[in-house]
Design a protein around this ligand. Structure first.
Ligand code: PMP
Length: 302
């Protein structure tokens, strides 16, 4: 339902009509940052969290001339409303704008601010329950993965390699096989009765989904530790007893049923993952004024 619609530097227009200058620094130098926000029932889910992260990314790349957060608070809901999108996502990008090609900042810059909404179909319970496979790769990204920058080449190559290996998502590993995050998701493991995920640092993105998963797990009394773990802890020590899932705005929580060649658990989503998924889906539905969806846990048993 609804259609694509673009906001570009003050105007609303069909997405296909948007034009960016050849010397836009986002295009030539990757000199920009972005956000992706989920739309559900016409609402922007956790918008304030996303705008706060956008402001942090802008400050980190010293693009403070584009104090866009406040404007976007009004522009983005209008974009979704005018496009008539019930379910989908909004992509926001801010670059240091067009200027004769040169590494040094243009002074003053003319930032490019754009956002577009695209409708999509929510995943079906069968798709969620099928789970995903991760393909481990060495993390060759730069050392500021906490900035949501448009420099995504390492992730593009890693995700392509994952696809060619028959997997759904790349798994970025640091030295010693430390599990950092997915190609475009955070990664959680339930190991020895504790929900683990990489601590916030320059090596991972502070995912909004991650933040809310941690909050829900703590509220439910599930033991949580933001502490590094290695791939071996999943694949060698206890593959049958552990659970793994990815977390991201567009895909929510996805149970991981295979990492490389190693089957995780019994090859089906584990109980803790499903419990968190049900709580997460219920909370998002209530937040946007929808009926909570039927529990996935019951479907799995049926
Ligand atoms: N890590 C990376 C590298 C990502 O690209 C994403 C998706 N933007 C995430 C984690 C998940 O973040 P979020 O939950 O905010 O979508």
């Amino acid at each position: 339902m609804g259609s694509e619609l673009l906001y570009l530097n003050g105007s609303f227009l069909p997405l296909s009509e948007g034009r960016i200058e050849v010397e836009d620094r986002g295009f030539q130098l990757g000199d920009g940052v972005y956000e992706v926000i989920k739309v559900m029932n016409g609402c922007l889910v956790w918008l304030a969290d996303h705008l706060a992260r956008l402001e942090r990314s802008l400050a980190a790349v010293r693009l403070t001339e584009a104090a866009v957060g406040h404007e976007l608070e009004e522009i983005l809901p209008r974009l979704v409303r005018e496009a008539g999108v019930a379910y989908g996502s909004v992509y926001v990008q801010v670059t240091r704008g067009p200027a004769p090609r040169e590494f040094i900042f243009p002074r003053p810059p003319r930032p490019t601010v754009l956002a577009y909404v695209r409708p999509s179909e929510p995943p079906t319970p069968a798709e969620i329950l099928a789970g995903v496979a991760l393909h481990p790769v060495e993390d060759l990204r730069w050392a500021r993965c906490d900035i949501k920058s448009t420099n995504l080449l390492a992730a593009v190559l890693a995700k392509e390699e994952a696809k060619e290996a028959g997997a759904d998502e790349a798994l970025f590993l640091g030295p010693g096989g430390v599990v950092r995050e997915g190609g475009s998701s955070n990664v959680f493991a339930f190991l020895g009765g504790v929900l683990r995920t990489h601590p916030l640092s320059n090596r991972i993105l502070a995912g909004i989904t991650r933040l809310h998963v941690l909050r829900i797990a703590r509220r439910e009394g599930i033991p949580v530790e933001e502490r590094e773990f290695s791939l071996t802890e999943i694949t060698e020590q206890a593959p049958a007893d552990c659970e793994v899932f990815t977390a991201s705005t567009t895909k929510d929580l996805r149970p991981v049923v295979r990492v490389g060649d190693q089957v995780i658990g019994d090859g089906r989503p584990g109980p803790v993952t499903l419990r968190l998924l049900d709580l997460f889906r219920r909370e998002q539905a209530l937040l946007v004024g929808l009926e909570p969806p039927p529990a996935l846990t019951s479907r799995l048993q049926g």
